[in-house]
Design a protein around this ligand. Sequence first.
Ligand SMILES: *Cc1c(COP(=O)(O)O)cnc(C)c1O
Length: 400
Amino acid sequence: MYYKGADQWVEIDVEAIIQNLREVKSILKEQVRLIAVVKANAYGHGAAGTASILESQGVDFFAVTYLQEALKLRKTGIRSEIMLLSPLSREEQVAEAANHDITLTLSSTYDAQIVNRVSSECGREVKVHIKIETGLGRFGMNLQEALEVCQMLAQNSFIIMEGIYTHMAEAVSVRCSQEQFELFSATIDQLAANGYTFALKHCANSAVGVLYPHMQMDAVRSGTLLSGQYPTGVYGEMKLRDPFKFKCRVISLKNLKKGINLGYYQTYRLKRDAQIAVIPAGYIDGLALEVGNQPAGLVDLLKTILKIILAYIGIRRFGKTVLIKGKTYPIRGKVFMQMALVEIPESETMAIGDEIEVPVRKTLVAKAIPRLYYYDDRIISEEELDPETAALITGGREYA
Ligand SMILES: *Cc1c(COP(=O)(O)O)cnc(C)c1O
């Protein structure tokens, strides 16, 4: 297979994805639908491949952020409902979405008017979900705006008002989530009093679905749990497994003497004679990259600073390591754009071409790096993986 020539690739464990799906299903109350969020290339796992596996297991509703992501899923052969989590702001986009049966988010009178116009012009039915703003400050309408939009769209027989939803700002905060939930529920009640009802009411992402079962409503939109992780600050009994491994090969190996300085700015001095391996993974691949965002408070800020200091003074647990043949080795010096240096004791046998597993930020690994899906003894590239192939390979065992 072509990946034999590549020095970087991603291995995805199909069984792990299926297990995560089973675990997520197990926390959903009866009648609650799962909307599988596969945005951002399915959090790095490959959107086409991951959605194909999930659909083969019976998942019938997906969500992504942008139109291009949805169209890619249709091209792969995904037949389930696909919903956009952001509004469309141009007519051409709405027409294209309508032609591919994509469910839209309406977040304001501005985008609702465009959908209203285009759906009747092209004479195609369009499913929509109304987004309510309850505290995130991203997309969404207040009650007044929602009422106007509902009034306008009720006249249009091409519009199917399937759902209404909101998104939580701080799931782990009970107070914050409860406040948003109450505002959302009140808005739904007011709309109902005016004759506007929705089959799918939803406000829960992974964290909310786990923490507050009463907020599962009609559907839970989950991505993080499916990717094998608990959301930050959420803990539980689910047996989640990380399906993702970033792999590469040693591309250079040399012996260097104690005292030699390594990397740009020579930030690390070798403490003993060692073998230094160059690996083809750098910060562009999400290695040693933290999301540079505003800290969530003083504690968060101090934690971040402390971690940097501990890694700096060489506390192993806070430094970056890689796995080679099941053993960990430290990354030394500053990580380069596309490479990094690894220190291996002189006494150990190591060779150019040896396989390395590198801990990277999954969501940052470029789409161009091949995703390979492992199931039993089969290895399938993402290009070969559509829902039919996925069903054949896995036997469509779980929910199909
Ligand atoms: C990303 C996203 C989700 C999924 O959140 P997870 O925490 O990954 O489950 C749900 N809803 C919206 C609107 C999102 O943007």
